[in-house]
Each structure stands twice: as structure tokens, then as C-alpha cells.
Design a binder for this molecule. Structure first.
Ligand SMILES: Nc1ncnc2c1ncn2[C@@H]1O[C@H](COP(=O)(O)OP(=O)(O)O)[C@@H](O)[C@H]1O
Ligand SMILES: [Mg+2]
Length: 354
């Protein structure tokens, strides 16, 4: 007879939705993620945040379909809700979910969570701080200049082009999904781009235009991170805009894996791990690069909370690298638990030297 002791399942809270512009993407990510989680090992608890910021707990009944998002009970105490599970897998894209704020709440709740901690999340979200850290680690990045709202009046297209070339990319420092990102080629488009970027942040970044292929790589792990095969994004228009990402299904072609020579693939994988470490990441991240025609590889950005939809690059790259969706969610949850355990073992007050 089989041993009658039934192992208690690990309760995983999937945190999704949120007030950001990527609310709908988050729903798709959550749905896909839930389907990938092995229910023999894990019990799934769905915690959704609606567009006005209210928290709800959802019932998970049978197979996933749209009904899971309708049967809900309000959550009056978010911290207690986070504490009611063993580990949280947050798939809240955009500011609050990605910039360290939610990670801070999870730390206060003392609930282990998937992905980067407070510092890694905050650093990865701020394109200015991120690029300065990469530059400091001798990882090639494009030339750029940061402008705060108080410096806006001194901005001049001609001066900037002398420094960064005749085509510029203007972005809010803290954003994502190409929101507020514009290409500028003359003083008129530059002025518009600057104004648009300042709608989203009080600090913007102006970059030189990089003529290169867009290559992305998935990273997984804590102390010993590994990199997937790289993928390529081929936008159909000028650049990989919000429209190309989320509105136009034909907006970009994804090549998974990217068609690259073996030596370039290896370089990109090694560089991804360096970027991941330099930016204090843990668990997972997607690292994005530009590959120039002369073979030079520049780091563009890190995404500490990549999409998990059916067509998202992060899980797709793992799939072609031999880690299927179910193995991936299992790895990520285990990495979160492992880190939680490690942190619990650290001394929290002074202990005399050994
Ligand atoms: N310096 C640059 N040179 C050329 N294209 C760029 C540059 N910066 C951004 N882009 C284009 O804009 C897109 C969005 O910019 P990115 O820095 O990745 O911001 P986000 O965090 O919003 O994704 C990129 O995927 C790329 O297509
Ligand atoms: Mg990007």
C-alpha cells in the first residue's frame, strides 16, 4: 500500500492585473502561467488588482477560461492576503509591479517571491541608472544624455545632435512597452518627442540611434544564472513601438531562436549573464541587445518582469532551449523559495565575529 501521508501542496499566489497600461497583457500572462503550473505540486491562488487598484481574490475552477476573472471576492487586507500563500509569482507589468514597490510590499509581508528583489527591480526600471551601471561594468551601451524637467528649457536639438548624431531616441527614464518612446530626426520631431517623454516621467533619456538587429535573451537563476538561446525581434516599421508590440499583430516578426552564428550566440549569452549580475537581478530577466552590422553588441535594457503570454519571448526562448513552460514555472518558484530560505538564514542583528 502507498504511504498515506499526502505532502502538502505549496500555495502559489499569482498576482496579476494592476493599474498600469499593461493590465490586459498581465491578464494574458497570468492565464498562461496558471496553465503551466503543475497542480500536483502547487496549489494556485489568484490575486488580481483591478484598474482602479482594488485587490480581489479569484476562484480557480476547472480549466482556465474567462470565467476565472469574474468569480471574485474583494481583498480587504493585501498584506494578509500575500501572507496567506507560501510564495508569490507576480506578473504585474509596469511601474508598481516592476519598479520595486510591490517587491517592497512582499518583503514587508515576508513572503518569498519570484524574480528580482527591490534593488534589481528599481535599477532595471530606470534606464538612466541602468545604463550608468552597465557602463561602469564596461558593458557596451549606446551614448546617451539624461535630462530632468528643470533642465528642459536649455534643450536644443542642434546641440544634442553634435553630441549624439542626427537621429535620436527619446524616452521617459522610467517606463516600458515603448510608451513615450519616440524617434527624432529634426527639431520639430525632437520637441514633440521630448514633450511626450515628459508626460510619463520627470527624467528623460536621449540616446544616439543604433542601427542594429534587436536580439533578446532570457536569463534564469539566482547565484548561478543561465542564459537561453537568443531570439530576434524584427519590427516592420521604424522601431518596436507600443503599436507594434500590442496593437498590430503584424507589427513585428519574432525569430525564435534568432538566426545567428554560434560565436555571436555565445557572446550574447555570456553578456546577458553579466548584465543580469551587474544589475543585481535574481530569478529571471530578459536582456535586450542591439547587434550592429560590424558584430558589436550593445546592451539596450533589462526586463525584470517579462511577459508570460503565449507569444512572449521569455518563455518561448526557454522552450526552444529545452525548458518547457511547466519546468520553467517550477524552476522560478523553486528559485524564489530558495532565496526566501537563504534570506531567512541571514543574521538580522549583531552577532560577535567567529
Ligand atoms: N538607441 C536606440 N536606437 C535604435 N532604436 C532604439 C533605441 N532605443 C530604443 N529603440 C527602439 O525602441 C524600442 C523601445 O525602446 P526600449 O529602450 O526597449 O524601451 P521599452 O522599455 O519601452 O521597451 C526598442 O525595442 C527599439 O526598437
Ligand atoms: Mg524594450
Amino acid at each position: 500500500m502507498k504511504n498515506a501521508i499526502v505532502e502538502k501542496k505549496i500555495r502559489v499566489g499569482i498576482l496579476f492585473g494592476g493599474k498600469s497600461a499593461e493590465h490586459e497583457i498581465s491578464l494574458l500572462s497570468a492565464k498562461n502561467l496558471v496553465e503551466s503550473i503543475n497542480r500536483d505540486t502547487y496549489e494556485v491562488v489568484l490575486i488580481g488588482i483591478d484598474k482602479s487598484g482594488r485587490w480581489h481574490k479569484f476562484e480557480l475552477t476547472g480549466r482556465m477560461n474567462n470565467t476565472i476573472f469574474s468569480s471574485q471576492t474583494p481583498v480587504s487586507d493585501p498584506i494578509a492576503q500575500l501572507q496567506s500563500v507560501d510564495v508569490v509569482f507576480s506578473i504585474l507589468h509596469g511601474s508598481i509591479g516592476e519598479d520595486g514597490a510591490m517587491q517592497g510590499l512582499l518583503k514587508i509581508a515576508e513572503t518569498p517571491f519570484v524574480g528580482a528583489g527591490v534593488l534589481g527591480s528599481a535599477v532595471g526600471m530606470d534606464k538612466d541608472v541602468m545604463k550608468r551601471l552597465l557602463r561602469d561594468a564596461d558593458i557596451p551601451v549606446c551614448r546617451f544624455r539624461v535630462v530632468t524637467i528643470s533642465e528642459e528649457k536649455n534643450l536644443n536639438f542642434q546641440d544634442i545632435t553634435k553630441e549624439l548624431g542626427s537621429i535620436l531616441f527619446v524616452k521617459p527614464a522610467n517606463m516600458g512597452s515603448s510608451v513615450g518612446v519616440n524617434r527624432a530626426v529634426d527639431s520639430e520631431s525632437f520637441e514633440r518627442a521630448v514633450q511626450d517623454a515628459f508626460r510619463y516621467d520627470r527624467k528623460i533619456i536621449i540616446e544616439e540611434f543604433i542601427d542594429g538587429r534587436e536580439i533578446e535573451c532570457s536569463v534564469l537563476g539566482n547565484d548561478e544564472p543561465i542564459a537561453s538561446l537568443p531570439g530576434e525581434v524584427i519590427p516592420r516599421s521604424n522601431f518596436y513601438s507600443y503599436h507594434a508590440k500590442y496593437i498590430d499583430e503584424e507589427g513585428a516578426q519574432l525569430d525564435i531562436p534568432a538566426k545567428l552564428p554560434v560565436d555571436i550566440t555565445k557572446k550574447i549569452q555570456a553578456l546577458s549573464i553579466r548584465v543580469f549580475r551587474t544589475l543585481c537581478c535574481e530569478g529571471m530577466a530578459r536582456v535586450d541587445f542591439f547587434l550592429k552590422p560590424d558584430g558589436m553588441i550593445l546592451a539596450n535594457e533589462i526586463n525584470t518582469l517579462p511577459g508570460f503570454t503565449q507569444v512572449s519571448m521569455y518563455p518561448k526562448l526557454w522552450e526552444v532551449s529545452g525548458v518547457n513552460a511547466s519546468e520553467l514555472s517550477d524552476h522560478l518558484i523553486q528559485l524564489a523559495l530558495e532565496r526566501g530560505e537563504r534570506e531567512r538564514q541571514l543574521a538580522t542583528s549583531y552577532v560577535p565575529a567567529i
